[in-house]
Design a protein around this ligand. Structure first.
Ligand SMILES: *Cc1c(COP(=O)(O)O)cnc(C)c1O
Length: 407
């Protein structure tokens, strides 16, 4: 058979996306303006979040929310060891210290282990919906509301005093469109959730992020949206759009903000994609199901979680695991697959295995389940454009590679 070339995660660009971008270019307004507003409304409507603010990446959005919380040196933020590094890097950028916790069989953070590391220094928890499969938010919310844990909480800013407990900030980078129990969508569950709109994510703006706000009383999410929007624009009281109108020149700077606003020309891509996202998600599910059907007959294959206990994934990553193999054998299987022209990936190299985190004192030996998940994991291509022919080719490439390496 001729070699196919199958990329890992190409962006979804149709005529509608192109037209929407051209519309922004021709409108005379290319940075933050009507398209960003429209995208925020789409994501808000789709996810059920109380308010949605778009920024230029997940990372910058998470840093801003931790700054808003008033994170200071010595404050601890709990993150899983098994995630993309941005989850922990955002904590360092905000001035805090990440505390890593091991994962479970479903790839997500272990709630039992969160309980073991909470201290009077803990200010926030960042659970991650790995591969698009939602964490146990009910359990996490229950944990932060336990009287013993609440009484340990030591607020040091107005926001922390108002909240009166640990903040739950969901790293929902993968999980736009995933549902929790009773069909409730991610983005509407936790105090704050941030979606990534990076080029490889389910919906993209090339680079971008969407901050979802669902803070409890006495917070006013609408007022907070306005405040954060300013914060994302250098704490300037007028954005460029209002300043560009006749007579609108005077403004003030009210604090030390960040410059992390999303541009309209970027928002246009995501706006067109959101209009067809339910159909895109169906196609992702088709691919996911095709892999499950193809690998369920193989005794060595462990299928990733998708529909469990009322939760349903956003089918962002197909994280195949292979039983009883070493890290080296997994790497060899990837080499064999790569020879066929199929691009695969590994999600994720646990953070304690990366130089920066090792230098901070983290050791993978303390996160055995994260290592177990990593050493046998191969992420297969999953996106709406994949044809049946391509899927058969990928499945054959994986099965042949396994046989070659393991015989
Ligand atoms: C992609 C990703 C991020 C970072 O998103 P950016 O928009 O690139 O900043 C954060 N967390 C996880 C789990 C991711 O996969």
């Amino acid at each position: 058979m001729n070699n196919m070339k199958i990329p890992f995660s190409p962006p979804y660009i149709n005529e509608d996306v192109i037209n929407e971008v051209v519309d922004s270019l021709k409108s005379g307004w290319i940075t933050t303006g009507p398209k960003v507003k429209a995208l925020e409304a789409e994501i808000k409507n789709y996810s059920g979040a109380k308010e949605v603010l778009c920024v230029n990446s997940w990372t910058s959005g998470a840093i801003m929310m931790l700054r808003w919380l008033g994170i200071q040196e010595g404050d601890e933020v709990i993150v899983p060891a098994y995630t993309y590094s941005a989850t922990a890097l955002a904590v360092y950028h905000a001035g805090g210290t990440p505390v890593m916790v091991d994962t479970t069989e479903d790839f997500n953070i272990s709630v039992a282990d969160i309980g073991k590391v909470i201290s009077s220094k803990t200010k926030a928890i960042l659970p991650v919906d790995i591969a698009g499969f939602p964490c146990d938010y009910d359990e996490i919310m229950q944990l932060v509301n336990e009287p013993g844990i609440k009484s340990m909480f030591t607020p040091a800013s107005d926001v922390q005093r108002q909240l009166g407990r640990i903040l739950v900030l969901n790293d929902a980078a993968h999980s736009l469109g995933a549902t929790y129990a009773n069909g409730i969508k991610t983005g509407s569950e936790t105090d704050v959730a941030v979606f990534s709109l990076h080029a490889v994510k389910n919906v993209t703006t090339a680079e971008g992020g969407a901050i979802c706000l669902n803070l409890p009383e006495p917070f006013d999410n609408k007022a907070l949206y306005t405040r954060l929007r300013q914060m994302s624009l250098n704490c300037q009281t007028k954005d460029a759009f209002s300043k560009s109108k006749a007579g609108g020149w005077r403004y003030d700077i009210t604090g030390l903000g960040m410059k992390i606003n999303m541009a309209d020309v970027n928002a246009a891509i995501g706006l067109a994609q959101m209009r067809v996202y339910p159909e895109m998600l169906k196609e992702r599910k088709r691919v996911f199901t095709a892999y499950n059907d193809a690998f369920s007959s193989e005794s060595w294959a462990v299928m990733p979680p998708a529909v469990v206990k009322g939760k349903e994934s956003s089918y962002h990553i197909y994280a195949l695991r292979i039983k009883n193999i070493s890290e080296q054998q997994r790497d060899q299987i990837i080499d064999e697959i790569s020879k066929t022209g199929v691009a695969v990936n590994v999600h994720f190299i646990p953070m304690p295995m990366l130089t920066f985190f090792k230098e901070k004192g983290f050791n993978i030996k303390d996160y055995p389940k994260a290592y177990d998940n990593f050493k046998c994991e191969i992420s297969l291509p999953i996106y709406p454009q994949l044809t049946e022919e391509e899927l058969s080719y990928i499945v054959k490439a994986v099965k042949d590679a396994y046989k070659t390496v393991m015989r």
